[in-house]
Design a protein around this ligand. Structure first.
Ligand code: COA
Length: 375
């Protein structure tokens, strides 16, 4: 039996706080005209103090699960693609696993910057197609606002916060993930990075003083790289899936800059209306940008069952990739809205997690007392 990996659920979560260009103009030397004409961005979302990469990821995941027939406890694996994890470790994916109550799932983070969601989807699809897993949750989640130097006008205008999630399930019906292209070029690693905080430059007064914990970017070089790879990766993914470009109903590109998307459209000889674009409202949300764009494409009726899609992204690393999909899932979530049963299960998961923490403490005390008495 041939197995296929289908997207059966999708969801997104963005913070309520909207940061407009008009507000940014008050704090840095720029203009609305410059930002819009160079990037297409008009506003972006900024996480509130209580919102984190894991909390946004969990919200997006709950919404994705709400559209499926499964619960968190049925998941085999959770992959969180993120460039802005909560900690170096534990993995953000483990925090999400705990918050969801996905007690049978393995969980890990995937670091491929803005290409992370595509890379994660491919890993999930391979696990499903090989027969080793049935249901995988893939999330792209970011709080880039915490890593932006708000005095650097070359970067702070670009980025925003948010999360998007897909549930992938094994099916016998042909379709779902058809092909994937994954590429990297580490020689360009210095073009876009957060230099300090890792083992190369551990946190010190000097690294903090030099603002090396914020995003550093050579915008011009990243722009040149992006315009080069977007069209070629899309073409390669389509070719591997035996699809003519004319048979692709929608291209969902990484939302970094409208000019990069326009260049990709020109390179592919496709009209811009064949591309999903929402960069004007969210800016660049890195690994979250593609799933957020897919969720909105659905909301706007731009994806219908049977459609062929190419998701295409690029980012720090350097990394880039594209994935062709045949969308076979129902047009609308099977069970739209928040499911009471799901909320109940989440509450139960939180209680069970609390009980495990308390029991671990008690066990520690008992073990400590018994090892003291045997000394
Ligand atoms: N407002 C006004 N001027 C600005 C500015 C801002 N917010 N940011 C930069 N500038 C200035 C620069 O200082 C430069 O001035 P100079 O010529 O006196 O040195 C000038 O504008 C032009 O800079 P340049 O880098 O050539 O602009 P650009 O047209 O390439 O646009 C980016 C800059 C960052 C918008 C563009 O390069 C870009 O989008 N790159 C890709 C970034 C990206 O996608 N990163 C994420 C990858 S996942």
């Amino acid at each position: 039996m041939t197995r296929y990996a289908h997207v059966t659920g999708w969801g997104m979560a963005v913070p309520d706080r909207v940061l407009t260009n008009a507000e940014l103009i008050q704090t840095i030397d720029t203009t609305e005209e410059w930002i819009v004409s160079r990037t297409g961005i008009r506003e972006r979302r900024i996480a509130a103090k209580h919102e984190t990469t894991a909390s946004l990821a969990t919200k997006a995941a709950e919404r994705a699960l709400d559209g499926t027939q499964i619960d968190a406890g049925d998941l085999d694996l959770i992959i969180v693609a993120t460039a802005t994890p909560e900690y170096l470790f534990p993995a953000t994916a483990c925090l999400v696993q705990d918050m969801l109550g996905a007690t049978h799932a393995g969980a890990f983070d995937l670091s491929a910057a803005c290409s992370g969601f595509i890379f994660g989807l491919n890993m999930a699809a391979q696990a499903i197609r090989s027969g080793s897993m049935e249901r995988v949750l893939v999330i792209g989640s970011e709080t880039l606002s915490r890593y932006v130097n708000w005095e650097d006008r070359g970067t702070c205008i670009l980025f925003g916060d948010g999360a998007g999630a897909f549930v992938l399930e094994a099916r016998e019906t042909p379709g779902g993930v058809l092909s994937c292209v994954m590429r990297s070029d580490g020689s360009g690693g210095d073009l876009l990075s957060i230099p300090a905080g890792g083992s190369r430059f551990p946190t010190s007064l000097e690294t903090v003083h030099k603002r090396q914990h914020t995003i550093q970017m050579n915008g011009r070089e990243v722009f040149r790289f992006a315009t080069r790879v977007m069209a070629s990766a899309t073409r390669e993914a389509a070719k591997r899936a035996s699809l003519e470009m004319d048979h692709i109903e929608l291209v969902v590109p990484h939302q970094a800059n409208l000019r990069i998307i326009e260049a990709a459209a020109r390179g592919l000889h496709l009209p811009l209306d064949r591309f999903m674009v929402n960069v004007e409202r969210y800016g660049n949300t890195s690994s979250a940008s593609i799933p957020i764009a897919v969720c909105e494409a659905f909301e706007f009726g731009r994806i219908r069952p049977g459609d062929h899609l190419v998701l295409v992204g690029f980012g720090a690393g350097l990394t880039w990739g594209a994935m062709a999909l045949e969308w076979v899932s129902p047009e609308r979530p099977v069970r739209p809205g928040v499911r009471p049963r799901h909320r109940l299960l989440t509450l139960f998961a939180h209680l069970a997690s609390l009980a495990r923490r308390v029991w671990r403490r008690i066990e520690g005390l008992i073990w400590g007392a018994s090892s003291e008495s045997s000394d």
